[in-house]
Design a protein around this ligand. Sequence first.
Ligand code: C2G
Length: 129
Amino acid sequence: MINVITYGTFDLIHRGHINILKRAKDQGDFLIVGLSTDEFNELKNKKSYYTYEERKFILESIKFVDLVIPENSWDQKVLDIKKFKINKFVMGDDWKGKFDFLINECQVLYLSRTENISTTKIKEDLKDF
Ligand code: C2G
């Protein structure tokens, strides 16, 4: 049983999010998503349209996702990896290198981001809609 984990805000779910979730799940058997809480989003200087509960509800309905846990801080990843016996940590390659310190705990994979889509782009495009 290969356990995979990834983290993010996943606001206004789009094909870029689905792509990373699908490919993360393809890396193993069980995918855990550390979902940024509204409070942690503030620390990330991110404001999400949907609340944590709404984003959690949406993520839990995605077939690639097996478990959603709250992401409250930058420092919880090592504990999460130990707690959930994680074998692979996956992030989009906009984070390349940023989580290499996890290499002592599990495999660290950065997968290519999906081009031409982002929550920011969606918000911008909707302004002119
Ligand atoms: N992503 C992607 N392609 C896009 C947009 C996002 O592959 N076009 C990926 C990101 O690389 C990330 C995941 O989708 O791996 C979630 O993206 P965000 O919700 O923007 O998450 P982020 O703010 O990067 O938070 O501790 C890690 C942070 O919580 C990551």
